[in-house]
Design a binder for this molecule. Sequence first.
Ligand SMILES: [Zn+2]
Length: 203
Amino acid sequence: MSVLTGNDSLVHAMSDQPCPGCGLRLPPIEGTTDPYGGASPACWAVFGEITAKDYSEFRYPPIHRTLVDAYMAQHPGYATPAGRRSVAVHLVGLYLVLELGIPSDEVVSRLGTVFPDKRDVAPLLPVPKHWEATIALMRGPLSLEEHTQRARQWAEAVWRAWSAHHESVRTLAAVAMAARLKSAGTPTGRTPPGSGRRRPGSR
Ligand SMILES: [Zn+2]
């Protein structure tokens, strides 16, 4: 809780704390954080607000999966194998949507599981130090169209920030998609349907 004074904005600025994942500065709160400990409780609460709108006001829009991928990829927590897998899985989700042009709500059905064996993976290091956008972009009263556009803009910024690891992510995605096609009884090594590359930011 902040103390109201004659210079309230200064008090806020001084008491705000950066999120360890995305760096967003917010007044600290008591509360839970994400399962892998990559976010501050205050940032995690904002994520909760935004996803609550997805479930209620926006009735689970197609962009939802990408919004979650952007958030989780921006809040790496490498203390556990699940945390290490999480970052890779969410980056694969961003790759499929932003580079391959797969509709956000079809990612799971197209990909299956990135790590069906739940194996441990090496953490993707170094993690980005600078983010062009955070979940703060998603706040405020937004129409579904604005919500979708901003989520995409944020997701593109997160994906760009991880550029040092794009090749690793593409490889993971290719392996997972090949396994998926094989288990579905279709020939492997084919480009999945609907993989036309879309340019981000086209207006
Ligand atoms: Zn954050």
